[in-house]
Write a protein that binds this ligand. Structure first.
Ligand code: LMR
Length: 335
């Protein structure tokens, strides 16, 4: 009798376990994968638009299976926090500028070498070359996978005094992104660089913690930098280029068909971001001029050559850490 009761009890327990397991599996199978995509800029910028295009395409083609949550304007994580958040899985995709990856790989510093690329097209050409693509893989040992490059555009300098030649910048404090190349670039012209997160730039300029900065027109306009900078100099001395990155383990653990579709979407969005970015920046340049508070200085070829001569010596220090083969390939992308 006792034996029969125990046997029945065991049967019931295993039945309950099977039921519970299938309920859990059903819930799990139904719950979509959440991809949190955080960035630091405004939605109307090239990166802001790219993140929204990605979300729309994913939710159309992977409807019910993947949900993308986009967090713009440092609203989830800002500079200095977002990389750690990616590594611990609190966020799944980011698109930091290549200037902010130095801690994980020295190779992305290439893009900060002043006057390496003549224009937007040369940056895009290098980014799609085999050497450019190899840099996407340079952080795998840290658990970070590069998926694509999104090109914002070329940087211009700004200050409250006209910057026509390098000596005009002497002694001024410039906000830079977290890159030692960018620090050295300003030291080369005897200015004082100061690393500062993107979210702090407007206030930093307004309060005089820094006197000048560098960025694209879309970042200037969307952050209202024209309200606190009287002059911008169209120097085109380097790009703001984003690396769309993910946590390697998260990416590799995705079901293969989902990963494949996400890759295809990222490739399509990349083409669209790069197609729109130049025009977006030119529209924002026109909007800055229309505000009437900021003069945009066009350099003569001779003036531009002075900036190049003053800043380019910075390359020497980084040749070995970045790799001369990468620098050579980047120079060739100008042809
Ligand atoms: C900056 O910090 O100036 C840029 O990297 C911001 C951005 O993401 O465009």
């Amino acid at each position: 009798m006792r034996k029969i009761i125990i046997k029945n009890f065991k049967k019931q327990v295993s039945l309950i376990s099977v039921c519970l397991l299938s309920m859990v599996t059903a819930v799990y199978a139904q719950s979509p994968i959440i991809i949190k995509f955080a960035h630091v800029v405004a939605e109307q910028t090239p990166k802001g638009q790219g993140a929204l295009l990605f979300k729309a395409a994913v939710e159309e083609r992977l409807s019910g299976r993947v949900v993308v949550e986009v967090y713009p304007n440092s609203s989830l994580f800002g500079d200095g926090q977002e990389m750690d958040a990616l590594l611990i899985g609190d966020v799944h995709m980011l698109a930091p500028s290549t200037s902010k990856l130095e801690y994980y790989s020295k190779q992305p510093l290439l893009f900060d070498l002043p006057f390496l690329f003549n224009n937007f097209e040369a940056v895009s050409k290098f980014a799609t070359s085999s050497e450019g693509k190899s840099i996407l893989k340079s952080m795998e040992s840290s658990g970070i996978t590069g998926l694509a490059y999104w090109n914002n555009g070329m940087k211009q300098m700004s200050a409250n005094k006209p910057l026509r030649v390098p000596r005009d910048a002497r002694g001024l404090k410039f906000r830079v992104q977290a890159s030692t190349v960018l620090e050295d670039q300003y030291k080369a012209i005897r200015a004082n660089p100061r690393k500062m997160s993107f979210a702090e730039v407007y206030q930093g300029l307004q309060t005089g913690v820094v006197n000048g900065t560098e960025n694209t027109y879309s970042n200037y306009f969307s952050q209202k930098v024209h309200e606190v900078q009287k002059y911008m100099t169209e120097s085109d001395h380097g790009p703001i280029l984003y690396m769309v990155i993910t946590n390697t383990e998260f990416w590799n653990d995705l079901p293969a068909d989902i990963r494949q579709t996400l890759s295809e979407i990222i490739d399509e969005v990349t083409i669209e971001v790069n197609r729109q970015a130049y025009e977006l920046n030119m529209n924002d340049k026109a909007s800055i001029l229309a505000e009437g508070s900021t003069d945009i200085i066009t350099l003569t070829p001779e003036e531009k050559e002075e900036w190049r001569k003053a800043m380019q010596p910075v390359w020497k220090k980084y040749e070995d850490v970045i790799g001369t083969h990468l620098i050579k390939a980047a120079v060739e992308s100008n042809q």
